[in-house]
Ligand binder design. Structure first.
Ligand SMILES: [Fe+2]
Length: 265
């Protein structure tokens, strides 16, 4: 097991200062992502437009990906931005509901991953709605302590997650030269998987729900309008707390994904 860590911390903040260009801001985000798994940005005027500001910032942090999906069919529609927006008229989609979302990695079924997920906030619910994160190393330490047999199975069993025409097959917990990495979405296990793999997904989901979410072990970040987070999707697991909303769009984020530039010039 290789434990050389590139990452020094789970969460850090970058402040957008008056007079800074989007390119300078992007450089700071890129630099911080070299050592932090989650980079939160603060201080951006919430009225700055998505196309003029966040496109310029994100395109300077890395190569943006076209992973946006139709909320009903789950089909990829070839667009960069995807809305995470409370909408009472769209059923059975976490991105339009106010329910808590179980812990997962965004790229579980994306063959061209890992990548950086990011989103910025247009509106935030008054009560609830924080995004919650757990570092992959902290998750492994918790499993080692509370259910070492589950940890062994998660490291040794190849599991395929699939959606639309895309899929990925690998152990749920794996290791590389930068440390531990994860791949998991309870709802996207390939229906053709073995009974053992399906049972493993159930066991892990139960562990996450009881020992992490219900035990308040995940780290909450509640974005305010104008704020954003960029995170290394496979170096942590994330979800969402439930929230209260009575009007559509009361909680509203724009989300996308990118491949981090290998260097910044
Ligand atoms: Fe997500």
């Amino acid at each position: 097991m290789i434990t050389t860590a590139k990452f020094k911390k789970l969460h850090s903040q970058i402040e957008f200062l008056p007079g800074m260009t989007p390119e300078q801001f992007a450089q700071q985000i890129w630099l911080e992502l070299q050592t932090s798994k989650v980079v939160q940005t603060i201080g951006v005027d919430q009225n700055l437009s998505r196309n003029e500001f966040w496109d310029r910032v994100s395109e300077n942090v890395g190569d943006c990906m076209l992973l946006s999906e139709d909320p009903v069919t789950g089909e990829r529609i070839g667009e960069k931005w995807l809305e995470i927006r409370y909408d009472s008229s769209i059923q059975n989609a976490y991105r339009h509901s106010k329910n808590a979302q179980p812990l997962h990695t965004d790229g579980s079924y994306v063959g061209d991953s890992p990548y950086i997920s990011f989103f910025f906030c247009i509106n935030q619910a008054e009560k609830g709605g924080a995004t919650v994160f757990l570092d992959s190393d902290d998750l492994i330490a918790l499993l080692k302590d509370q259910d070492p047999a589950l940890l062994d199975d998660l490291c040794q069993t190849t599991v395929c997650f699939a959606k639309d025409k895309d899929f990925k097959r690998r152990p749920i917990i794996d290791f590389d030269e930068f440390g531990s990495n994860l791949n998991f979405n309870y709802y996207c296990v390939d229906p053709k998987e073995t009974d053992f793999a399906k049972e493993l997904v159930e066991r892990f989901h139960h562990f996450l729900q009881t020992e992490v979410v219900a035990a308040n072990k995940a780290y909450p970040i509640k974005l305010k309008p104008g704020e954003a987070v960029f995170f290394h999707d496979d170096r942590l697991i994330h979800g969402r707390n439930s929230f209260e909303a009575t009007k559509d769009s009361e909680r509203f984020f724009w989300k996308s994904a990118l491949k981090l530039k290998p260097s910044y010039s």
